[in-house]
Ligand binder design. Sequence first.
Ligand code: NAP
Length: 250
Amino acid sequence: MTTNDLIAGQTALITGASRGIGKTIALTLAAAGAEVVVNYSNSEEKANEVVAEIKASGGHAYALQANISEETEVEELIKKILVKSNKIDILINNAGITRDGLLMRMKTEDWLSVINLNLNGVFYCTRGVARTMLKQRKGRIINITSVVGLMGNAGQANYAAAKAGVIGLTKSTAKEFASRGITVNAVAPGFIETDMTKELNADSILSAIPLGSFGTTEQVARTVRFLAADPAAAYITGQVLQVDGGMVMS
Ligand code: NAP
C-alpha cells in the first residue's frame, strides 16, 4: 500500500489553509489523494494559489471563504461543501490567531477574538460536520492545539486558555463520537516557522527546545496525515500528539 491509498477519495475541510501550517496540511492531504477544501478568511489570492498548486500536481481542491469565528458563516461553509462534495470525511481545525499581551493589560476584545476563533470556531466546525460524519459512521477530526495549551505562557493567557479548551473539547468529542466510527485527536505543535512566529525572539526559544531547532510545517502536516489515515490511526482517539522537539515532556 502506498501513502496515496490511505486517504484517497476522501473529502477534507482544512480551516485556515491559505498560509502556514494549514497550507502545508492541504498540500500534504491532497498529495495523499484527498479532495481538499481550502478555507480562508482574508487571503483569497493565497488560497487560490494553494488550490492551483494542488491541481497542477493532479490533485483535487477548491477554496471557500468563511470567517470561522462566526457561527453562521461556518454553517454556510458546511452547507456549500455538502452541495459540492456530498460528504465530509476529514475535518482539520487549524485556523488560529494570536493577540498577545500580559493579562493585566489585555483588552477584552483581544481575549474575545482569540477565544472566538481558536476555541469557539473549533466547536462550530465540529458540530457542523458531526451530523454528516455520524450518518456516514466514519470521520476523522484533528484539532490543531499548541504546547502553550499544556504549559501556559506569559503574555498568552487568551491563546493558552483557548488551546487548553481545545484539548478538553477533543477528549469530550472523542468520547461522544467513538461508538460511531469517528476519531477525534489533537496535534500540539511547539514552535513552527510561519507568519505567526516570525516576530518572536528565536534565541530565547531555541534554548528551550531539546532537539535544538524550530519545527517545520511539513512535520506537523505529516503527523496530521498519519492521524487522518486508515488503517494506521484507526485505533487512536482522544489523544494529544506533540510535535515540539521535546519542549514539553509530561
Ligand atoms: P498563520 O501562518 O498565521 O496562518 C493562519 C491561518 O488561519 C491563515 O490561513 C489565515 O487565513 C487563517 N485564519 C485566520 N483567521 C481566520 C478566520 N477568522 N477564519 C478562517 N481562517 C482564519 O498561522 P500558523 O502558524 O500556520 O498556525 C496554524 C495553527 O497552528 C493555529 O491554530 C495556531 O494556533 C497553531 N499553532 C501554530 C504554531 C506555530 O509555531 N506556528 C505553534 C502551535 C500551534 P487568512 O490569511 O485568510 O486570514
